[in-house]
Structure formats: structure tokens, C-alpha cells
Design a protein around this ligand. Sequence first.
Ligand code: NAX
Length: 328
Amino acid sequence: MNAIVNVTVTGAAGQIGYALLFRIASGQLLGPDVPVRLRLLEIPQGVKAAEGTAMELDDCAFPLLAGIDIFDNPRDGFDGANIALLVGARPRAKGMERSDLLEANGGIFRPQGEAINAVAADDIRVLVVGNPANTNALIAASNAPDVPKDRFSAMTRLDHNRALTQVAKRAGVAVDDVRKLTIWGNHSATQYPDLFHAEIAGQSSHVLTEDSAWLTEEFIPVVATRGAAIIAARGASSAASAANAAIDHVYDWVNGTREGDWTSAGIVSDGSYGVPEGLVSSFPVVSRGGSWEIVQGLEIGEFSRERIDASVAELVEERLAVRALGLI
Ligand code: NAX
């Protein structure tokens, strides 16, 4: 049996937390032979509900679940964490300006970054799910100066998975036959799902990219605004699909992406593809040896360039705003 891995989940009593924790405890996050100890972090008002979820986890008698602890402060919540899923965040309330939203989330992700810096395990890997995910990841990473920047990532895997299914449906193939799709930029409506390097059942995707009406009026907006469409239909935001994407992201990060494919993740830019260094932006990535690497050498045409630049411009603005607030 492998060593026990400590997994901290924030926002554990929320709807994504509820969809996520059982899958982690059953072995789907890290693999079927890796025992996990869950550390649930909530605000004090969320602790009771987290206790209820912990009771249900106990009642599943998962063989891989080595224990569950619940905390209401980051210093204890991240103590010894090997993996941290930062799901809890402050949603945008009516009438809230974007700067208010960034400030409110800074109040969450700055102390969490500081706590990760102080008490997490040396091999800590952090996935930020809570929105605005890219900039929240930037805030957390900036406040954890002793943790290598490449250990922080923001989730765009849900967008990636959404795009895979849209392409598979359009092309009439299985989802598994669609490869090398990319989500670029911010996890927001400006994100750019890029099909130009995609392979569909081993063939080029030009049949789809040449259908410019479908590409610009259907595919890109459907993927970019899918979150709002789910809310309109379900009366609540994506939860199980978001939890599933978080599982996919961490599983691939730890165990490696499959040969002949790549995925998408928000990671700290090294300046690749003209994305300013230090921004947390989504890129085409592979994971090798437990680290994300940006897929290099892709040709970016004018159509893609414009859209990548627009989303990156939004990230630059968000960075300026959190800098002005003294959060990074
Ligand atoms: P919920 O409102 O159901 O749950 C959030 C939970 O976080 C609550 O239980 C709350 O008490 C807790 N919380 C708040 N502040 C906290 C703190 N400082 N420490 C620990 N816990 C804290 O939201 P849910 O639907 O679970 O969504 C969580 C976040 O994921 C939201 O920010 C949401 O916007 C974001 N999403 C991100 C996605 C992505 O692809 N990156 C997709 C799905 C989702 O929209």
C-alpha cells in the first residue's frame, strides 16, 4: 500500500464539495491504491454541514479513506497537505463590482496562500476551482513565496471537457476520439476554446474549423457560456461536472496525461505564446513527472491570436486590480 496522501478541500460543505468528496475518498482522485486523509476546510457557518458530509463519508466505509478532519481556519486546514483543492470562494452578489469581487476573494485566497506557504507539505499541489479561479490562483501563489509557482493551477478542465463533448457531437464520434483541444486564457466568458490543432478520430479538424458559422456562432459561445446555460436549466451552477473536472485535473497532474494528447489548465505563464509572464492563464499542457508543461511550437493563426489576446487582456486587468488592492 502507498503512503497516505493528505487532501485538503475548501468549501467542503458546498455543492461542488458534496459532489467531490465521495469521489476522492473512493480513490478516483489519485488512483485505486492510494489511501487518502481528507482535511475539510470551511468557514465556521459551514462546519456543521461539513460534519454531516463527513458522517456520510464514514457511512460509505471506503477502504482508501484513512480519516476525515474538519477545520474552520486555514492554518490547521492546510497542515501537512499534499494536495489542496480550493473550491470555497465568494460568489458575486447583486450589484457587486468586479473590484469588490476580487477584493472579497483576496480576503480568502491571500490567507490561504500564506497558510499553504507556512504549513503545507513540501510536495503540495494546489488546484483553484473557486471563481475568479485564475486570479484567485495568482493571489494564493503570490502569497506563498516558498512554494514553487508551478505547484499552483486554476481549473479550466471543465471548459476543456465541455468543448470535447461539443466537438464529438458535431463530428459524430466518441468523446475519446477527440484530442488536442485547447482552452486559452481566463476561466470566464472571454476564454477561447481552440480547435485548430485538434484531431478527430486521428484526422485533422479542418472540417469543423472551416465551418466558420458553427465555429464562431455556436461552438465558441456554447462552450464559453455553458456555465450560465446550466444555471438557467438547473437553477443552480455546475457542481457534479465541476467536481469531475477537478478529479480529471489532479489525476492527470499526478499520474501524467496520456500519450498523443494534451489537456488544458490555468498555470503561471512563463511568457509562452505571448502571454505575459506571471499571469495564471489557461494553456495546452501535458503532465510529465508530476509537473505541467506547456505544449510548445503550435502555430497560432490570426483568428486564434485575436481571441487569446482578448482573454489575456482581461487577466492583465484583473492582475492590475488585485495589485492595486495590495493583494499580490
Ligand atoms: P457553494 O456556494 O455551494 O459552496 C461554497 C462553499 O465554500 C460554502 O460551503 C462556503 O461556506 C464555503 N466557503 C466560503 N468561503 C470559504 C473560506 N474562506 N474557506 C473555506 N470555505 C469557504 O458553491 P459551489 O457551487 O460549490 O462553487 C464553488 C466555487 O466554484 C464558486 O466560486 C464557483 O463559482 C466555482 N466554480 C468554478 C468552476 C470552474 O470551472 N473553475 C465551475 C463551477 C463553479 O462555478
